[in-house]
Write a protein that binds this ligand. Structure first.
Ligand code: SF4
Length: 587
């Protein structure tokens, strides 16, 4: 364990809290020091839940360590049962409590309470939050369903199409893996439910999100399990497959292509005819409806073609990273220059995908390593977690969040799924708009002194009022040293500027006439006669101005400006030189 400012995942007991908080009638007794109650804030502050998580902390203090902390555990379990009357209880410990070795799960099991007790042994020093959530869900499912497991030798399940034909009903599936604090889990469940109902498939149980303890006991009544988030539900689904013969639908429907594949897999597993929905989805072009996404049409539209080939870096949990990389590459035409995950348990799949597109995978939970990678690759868009949002902001790169860990803005009030066709619409909007805005801001910044954007400029569509521009601005820049856009503000309404011959000597001029600051004037060369220049110096204000340019084009702007300066005999680069160069190369 290492101390860090930020972390992608909390300790495994936070994963257990996510399961308990997702469900109804489940209570978690956590043997933990007083300070660990901070974890409540993750749910009430970030996800803005209207209730505290259903967790009782033993909140032992330093002075308790000399006494009987095991009795403290038992008393807390007893009190929690009396107070909350849960249908089942999870009992475990946090990192610090693990060192005391009280075995709270075993202690609670020995108390003969009239509800199932699920003891949790989550090694805090080697495992993390997602693993903790997965392990907790698996043990809960197993504890509640083990008594119902068919005896060895019982005939295996009939294929789903045969069962539903015999019983004359629609197929029903469980949705597994959605949890509290998951990225858009609430909205994904709603979207996938709508999609499945459209296909003629009912939802039997959604778990752990919104499930009761009784719902968990009903899981085997469904025809199949749909694993929405493998990080949380893969282990439980595989156990249900082994113990009850339940088939698994594994395709995660994030993106248009994956949603089509998900529909096809539902068709294969349940036997329903999915062709009408697929055909309806493929038929449309420019009209939105619930059964299709605008992403394919928008990404082919003229507005989007300048996005083709954008360099993208993708980082997050494995499920969202793999889905995002595929959407970026195959659906939007971006160039995925880097990919990685903090979740070592799923590193293999990410490595394999990275190899298939010819990049190295970054497997790390060190955000500084991720930041270094983003700097090195200089992408034009970062798709990541809220950590990458901070990183991208610092580096001046557009960013969209695609994965947990999340922050408040990733739990919007509106419906905002990632899955299904509507999810693809949301993804298109959230990824493409930062690129548009980035471009817009960059252009506004670069052209902010041009006459069209000046304070006195009238709207461009009102030609008649163009003459309203201030007379001083309407003069051509006769005193412009290089005859280019050295002082853009005075260049309003001028016809095309005429650059002079780069080898022609130029007479010295007053500094004020060429827009130099006092500081720049002091360091101005005595002779302004153009001589060959091989070394140029950036003056402070110009260097500061350069830094305002997004870093992914800054290098090019620097090189162009230096080349321009040398070609024009300028040894010291001022703010004006920078904009002169921009105008010169932009013609
Ligand atoms: S016990 Fe674990 S979770 Fe609690 S504060 Fe210490 S490191 Fe964090």
């Amino acid at each position: 364990m290492e101390l860090t400012l930020w972390t992608y995942e909390g300790p495994p007991h936070v994963g257990a809290m996510r399961i308990a908080t997702s469900m109804k009638g489940l209570h978690y007794v956590l043997h933990a020091p007083q300070g660990d109650t901070y974890a409540d804030l993750l749910f009430t502050m970030i996800e803005r839940r209207d209730q505290r998580p259903p967790v009782t902390y033993t909140t032992f203090q330093a002075r308790d360590l000399g006494g009987d902390t095991a009795e403290l555990v038992k008393q807390s379990v007893r009190d929690a049962y009396e107070r909350f009357k849960p249908d089942a209880m999870l009992v475990g410990e946090s990192c610090t409590a693990e060192l005391i070795q009280d075995q709270p799960g075993s202690l609670a099991q020995g108390m003969n309470l009239p509800v199932p007790i699920v003891p949790l042994e989550l090694p805090a020093y080697s495992k993390k939050e997602n693993w903790g959530a997965s392990e907790t869900f698996y043990h809960l499912v197993r504890t509640l369903l083990l008594p119902m497991q068919p005896a060895p030798g019982t005939a295996s399940r009939e294929p789903v199409p045969a069962v539903i034909a015999r019983e004359g009903r629609r197929p029903r599936v469980n949705l597994l893996g959605a949890t509290a604090l998951g990225f858009r889990n609430r909205d994904d469940v709603r979207e996938v439910t709508r999609l499945l109902q459209d296909l003629g498939v009912d939802i039997h149980v959604c778990a752990p999100l919104n499930a009761t303890v009784a719902d968990i006991r009903r899981l085997p009544e469904a025809d199949a399990n749909v694993v929405l988030y493998p990080e949380v539900a893969d282990t439980a689904a595989r156990w249900l497959q082994k113990a009850f013969g339940m088939p698994i639908v594994k395709t995660v429907p994030i993106g248009v292509l994956a949603t089509r594949e998900f529909i096809e897999e539902i068709g294969r597993v349940t036997g329903v005819d999915v062709t009408p929905v697929l055909e309806r989805e493929r038929a449309g072009t420019a009209q939105a409806d619930a059964s299709r996404s605008m992403l394919p049409w928008y990404s082919r539209s003229v507005d989007s073609t300048y996005l083709t080939g954008k360099r993208v870096f993708v980082f997050g949990d494995a499920t969202h990273v793999l889905a995002a990389a595929r959407i970026a590459k195959d659906e939007l035409g971006f160039n995925v220059v880097g990919i990685g995950t903090y979740d070592r348990a799923f590193a293999r799949a990410v490595r394999e995908y990275a190899a298939s597109i010819g990049v190295d995978a970054l497997i790390s939970d060190d955000y500084l390593a991720v930041e270094a990678k983003v700097s090195e690759l200089a992408p034009e868009l970062v798709l990541g977690t809220q950590m990458e949002r901070h990183i991208a902001k610092r580096l001046g790169v557009p960013c969209a969040v695609i994965s947990a860990p999340i922050h408040v803005q990733d739990v919007p009030a509106r419906h905002s799924p990632q899955m299904g066709f509507e999810g693809a619409n949301v993804i298109f909007d959230t990824w493409v708009h930062p690129l548009m805005m980035g471009l817009e801001e960059h252009l506004l910044h670069m052209f902010r002194d041009d006459f069209e954007f000046g304070d006195g400029a009238s709207p461009s569509h009102l030609h008649a009022s163009a003459a309203a521009v201030a007379p001083a601005q309407a003069q051509a820049p006769s005193s412009d040293r290089l005859g280019t856009l050295a002082t853009p503000r005075t260049f309003a309404n001028s016809p095309t500027p005429t650059p002079i011959d780069a080898h022609e000597p130029v007479a010295p001029e007053a500094a004020s006439a060429v827009g130099l600051t006092e500081e720049e004037e002091e360091s101005r060369p005595v002779s302004a006669v153009r001589t060959p220049v091989t070394v140029v110096t950036w003056l402070g204000p110009a260097e500061a101005e350069l830094k305002k340019i997004p870093f992914f084009v800054r290098g090019k702007a620097r090189r162009n400006t230096e080349r321009y300066a040398m070609d024009h005999g300028i040894s010291e680069i001022t703010v004006d030189t920078l904009y002169d160069a921009k105008a010169y190369y932009g013609r």
